[in-house]
Design a protein around this ligand. Structure first.
Ligand code: PLP
Length: 393
């Protein structure tokens, strides 16, 4: 017998992947230059030169069996130490190597942490809409359930009223992602502080901790605003980080989990993280990439092309009459679907070879996600099609 749940997951692609595959077929049929693919969040600027230089130096100078061999299950100590030092310097944190666990990117970080925290039947996790659709898959695969707080569509900042009504005695954790995929919004410090007070009060009422799980693959991709370091605002924060976007390395699968010692039962949770990594077979993240991450932690790819794309697309679309908030980070625009039905708009857009993802799977029907980590010339070529689409609603 085959697991029905896993069969369902594997045979049904996400709406994002579905569009991406459609785009590849369309490119063969009508030519790649005539397809305007805004579907996938695949970085479009190369990694910083230090990434390639570091890889070459390691490969030339280190003994091959050492480079490619197993590291400690939680990652090489020297790597974790260097990353902890970088985070301490940037955020005035006080992390040690023993509070970090190296992973194959944010998806693995999240699965491990959720597994480590899914401690009782009906364990509930809460997230804020709009949210990364895989959260539902990850939480439910661990046997938990995901409750989604409705979006504040005026600002896409945290909706504290909605969050307060979602947090119940069986809430084990809250998953946040800022800068946010898909809205590009950076949650404001004021709202984060208010959430921290809410969680502290509820944890006291319920007599048990509520963990904040901060999913941060876009932390460094910002256009002027800073992203607060959440453990400074709420001691019970666990960080799930990835170098996929900051260093443009999504195919290399490297990231980390930070369990700061301020977290309730930090030592036990760190041990449970190691246990969850072990139970998934997610031990010893790619060894060469661990070393690259250690050297390049804190660097970013050239973000100026994302900023230019954001400015061009945001200005052009809002001039045409599209409605969307200014994204302060990541590389997505979250646009209100003209006519109100995002699925219908996305289908209509496909006929113009414009690929935009309906917000339904992000918990925000009526909105469209546009990934602007694309070639700038493609954005310019796509604009007449966007104009026709809004004129024909
Ligand atoms: N979390 C968010 C919000 C994302 O947007 C992504 C990828 O797009 C991930 C997690 C997964 O990242 P990774 O490729 O590092 O596993």
């Amino acid at each position: 017998m085959i697991s029905e749940t896993m069969y369902e997951l594997g045979s049904r692609r996400s709406s994002i992947r579905e569009l991406f595959e459609y785009g590849k077929r369309a490119a063969e049929a009508v030519g790649a230059e005539n397809v305007y693919d805004f579907s996938l969040g695949n970085p479009s600027t190369p990694p910083p030169p230090a990434v390639t230089e570091t890889m070459l130096t390691i490969l030339k100078e280190q003994e091959p069996c050492a480079v490619h061999g197993y590291t400690s299950a939680q990652g090489a100590y020297s790597v974790r130490k260097r990353i902890a030092d970088d985070l301490n310097a940037r955020y005035d944190a006080s992390l040690t190597a023993d509070e970090l666990y190296m992973t194959c990117g944010a998806a693995a970080s999240l699965c491990i942490v959720l597994r480590a925290l899914t401690a009782f039947p009906c364990c509930r996790f809460v997230t804020q809409a709009p949210y990364f659709p895989e959260y539902k898959v990850f939480v439910e695969s661990m046997g938990g359930s995901l409750t989604v707080a409705t979006a504040d569509t005026d600002t896409f900042d945290l909706n504290l009223e909605a969050l307060a009504s979602c947090i119940t005695p069986d809430t084990q954790g809250v998953i946040l992602n800022s800068p946010n995929n898909p809205s590009g919004v950076i949650y404001s410090e004021d709202k984060l502080k208010a959430l921290a007070s809410l969680l502290t009060a509820r944890a006291k009422d319920y007599g048990r901790p509520i963990y904040l799980i901060s999913d941060e693959p876009y932390r460094e991709i910002t256009y002027g605003k800073t992203v607060p370091y959440l453990p400074h605002l709420y001691a019970n924060t666990v960080i799930c980080y990835s170098y996929s976007k900051s260093l443009s390395l999504p195919g290399e699968r490297i990231g980390y989990i930070a369990v700061p010692n301020t977290v309730t039962d930090a030592d036990r949770l760190y041990a449970a993280v190691c246990g969850a990594g072990r139970s998934f077979g997610y031990v010893c993240a790619p060894a060469l990439m661990q070393q690259v991450a250690a050297v390049c932690s804190g660097m970013t790819s050239d973000l100026s092309s994302y900023r230019r794309n954001r400015d061009t697309l945001y200005t052009a679309l809002t001039d045409m009459g599209y409605d969307c908030v200014v994204p302060d980070g990541a590389f997505y625009l979250f646009v209100k679907a003209p006519g109100g039905d995002a699925v219908a708009f996305s289908e209509r857009a496909k006929k113009e070879q414009v690929l935009v993802v309906p917000g339904n799977d992000f918990g925000c029907p009526g909105y469209l996600r546009l990934s602007y980590c694309v070639d700038h010339a493609m954005i310019l070529r796509s604009l007449p099609a966007f104009q026709r689409l809004i004129e024909t609603v």
